[in-house]
Design a protein around this ligand. Sequence first.
Ligand code: F0G
Length: 372
Amino acid sequence: MRMSDVLRQLRQQQATAGARPRLLERFEAFLPVSDATPLLSLGEGFTPLVHARSLGRAIGCPQLHLKVEGQNPTGSFKDRGMVLTVARALEDGVRVLICASTGNTAASAAAYGAHAGMEVVVVLPRGQVAAGKLLQAQVAGARVVAVDGGFDAALATVRALIDDPDPRRPLTLVNSVNPLRIEGQKTAAFEVCEDLGGSPDYLAVPVGNAGNITAYWRGFNDYRSSGLVETVPVMLGFQAAGAAPLVDGSPVDEPRTVATAIRIGRPVSGESALRVRDESGGRIEAVTDEQILDAYRDLARYEGIFCEPASAASVAGVRKLAADGAIDPGATIVCVLTGHGLKDPDTARREQAVGTLDAEPTAAGVRQALGW
Ligand code: F0G
C-alpha cells in the first residue's frame, strides 16, 4: 500500500471512531445548554479511569481505580465546569470573568476566557499559589491580583466587587458559587459510570469548597434517575488536617496544611457536602499531611501517576479507611485525582527529589554512574 493510502486510512479510522467528542455536545441532554450555546472546547473531559493494580494491592483494595483529572486541558477537573460556564457567558454577551482561587480555578478561567476572547481577572491569596498555576493564569493573559489573607479573604473580596457592581464593567463570577460550574463538573461521574459499566461502590474525592463532591453526587443521581445506572456510590470526602472545617464542624480561621495548597476555612458548598455524606451513607474525614504526601509519592512510584498533592488526599483517605477495616476489600473504589503534579514543582522538589547522577557522556560513563 502507498504511504498516502496508509495515511488516508488512518485518517478515516479516526473519523469513524469519532474525533474527540466535545463535552458540551456529548452530555447535552444532561446540561443546561441550548442550540444557542457556543460549543466551546479545549478538549476537556474524557479523562482516563486507570485500574491501579499495584497500589490497590499494596493498600488492600484490589479494585482501586483512579480518575485522572490532571489530564484535562489546564491540568485539573475545573475545566469541566469552566467550559460550560464560559460557553454560557459567551452566549449571554459577557465580557469580563472574575474569580478567587487557590490556583486551579484561576488557570482554567484564564484559559477558557482567552479562548472565548474575554477579559479575565483572578484574585489570589498572596504567596499561597503553586508556581505552575500562577504561570498558567499569567501566560493566558489574565490579570492577577494578589491579596493578603487566604482563599476565604480572596473570595470575600470578589464577592464584594460583585455585590457593588460598576455598570461600566459588568463582571461574571466563575467560582463554584456559579451553579453552572457544578453542572459541568458532574460529567466526570457520567464517565466513571460508563467506564465501569455502572456506579462504583465508593467514590473518594478531596474536598475544599465542596463543589466537586456536590457535582459527582449530582452526576451519579442524574444517571440513576434516568435509568442508566441502578445504584449510586457511597461518597467519601477528605480534607487536609489543619484545613478541615467540615470535619471539625466549624470554620477554620487560618487554615494550615503543608501538603496541599487547598486551604479553605469556610467552604462555599459546605452544607451541601454534609448532605451528600448523609444521603450516600458516606464520610468526610481528615487526613494528615504525612498521609497525603505518602499517597502522593506512592501514586507516582506504583502507578506512574503524578498528581498534585491535594489530589492525593483521596487515596490517603481510602488507604486510612481500608487499614481501619472500614471498607470492604472487594469493593470497587474510584479515587479522583483532581490535578496534575507539574502544577506544583516546589512540593515535588521538596518531597520527591532524589537528585541526579553525574556521568561522562559515554556508555562507560553512564554504566559507572549507575553502578552497573
Ligand atoms: N483538588 C484540587 C487540585 C483543587 O484545586 C481543589 C479546589 C480541590 C481539590 C477541591 O475542590 O473546592 O470543589 O471541593 N481548588 C479551588 C481553586 C479552590 O481555586 O482552584 P472543591
